[in-house]
Design a binder for this molecule. Structure first.
Ligand code: ADP
Ligand code: MG
Length: 250
């Protein structure tokens, strides 16, 4: 289980998360919704230990292990993986080079090149990218849709246990949304990862059978409930009494 308790996070002297509390069971999907500028991307990046975000106090634990003082590399080794809104472009390093070095790093031994190539070919096919994409620089000069698929290629290659999706659905057209939704569902069915999904739209959620929903406002969780909360939010908005006024029933 991932436990986040009384978390306070600052960036550039600004307190963004304040008394942030959230628990996610292993294999559970937690959807995080809330108005713009309330700290959704901040919690995603703080969980990955992005260097711009400083954990001032509070606790982040994964299956009882305290994560507060780990480096981003150590967090990655534990199987945390962030798929963001704007995938980073890295010129000069190919997908194959990066993935091979990460897999070697995670397993602590040299990668079997033939097995790696075979899996990479299969995964390219699965996510719908030509196999030449193995040798493309990471997300460099790729279209928006290709970048998202390229991130999914990394997902299936690295098989993370804890996936954070920060508005992966933003800017996707209907067809791309279907591809991304179906692939995420396939990944979930294959590996049963724990997931934190930040989204403004219910569209991506229809690919998942069950999930919980938490609402964030002003840097803290104000409510956690069942998936029914999504339709309540769509009907009444975040600031309605129906949502903000009712009790947190986690
Ligand atoms: P959301 O993802 O919910 O829209 P963010 O987590 O990106 O919101 O940002 C929450 C608030 O923190 C915003 O006011 C934003 O300007 C501020 N913020 C986020 N990251 C930084 C940073 N690195 N430095 C300074 N302020 C930041
Ligand atoms: Mg954001």
């Amino acid at each position: 289980m991932l436990e986040i308790k009384n978390l306070v996070v600052k960036a550039q002297e600004k307190e963004i998360l304040n008394d942030f509390n959230l628990n996610i069971d292993n294999g559970e999907i937690m959807v995080l919704m809330g108005p713009n500028g309330t700290g959704k991307s901040t919690i995603c990046k703080a969980l990955m230990h992005h260097p711009d975000y400083e954990i001032i106090s509070g606790v982040i634990k994964s299956n009882g292990k305290l994560l507060n003082d780990l480096t981003p590399t150590e967090i990655g080794r534990l199987g945390f993986f962030l798929l963001g809104q704007n995938p980073t472009e890295i010129e000069g390093i190919t997908n194959a080079e990066l993935l091979r070095s990460i897999i070697g790093e995670i397993n602590g031994k040299k990668v079997d090149v033939f097995a790696f190539q075979k899996k990479l070919t299969e995964v390219c096919k699965l996510v719908g990218l030509p196999k030449e994409f193995m040798h493309r620089d990471i997300n460099f000069n790729m279209s928006g849709g290709e970048k998202k698929k390229n991130e999914l290629l990394h997902l299936f290659m690295l098989e993370p246990k804890f996936i954070i999706l920060d508005e992966i659905d933003s800017g996707l057209d209907v067809d791309a949304m279907k591809v991304v939704g179906e692939l995420l569902k396939k990944y979930y069915d294959m590996y049963h990862p724990t997931m934190l999904i930040v989204t403004h739209h219910a569209d991506i959620l229809k690919y998942f059978d069950d999930y919980k929903v938490s609402i964030i406002n002003d840097g803290k969780i104000i409510k956690t409930g069942s998936k029914d909360l999504v339709s309540l939010i769509e009907k009444h908005g975040f600031r309605s009494n129906a949502i903000a006024g009712s009790e947190n029933h986690e």
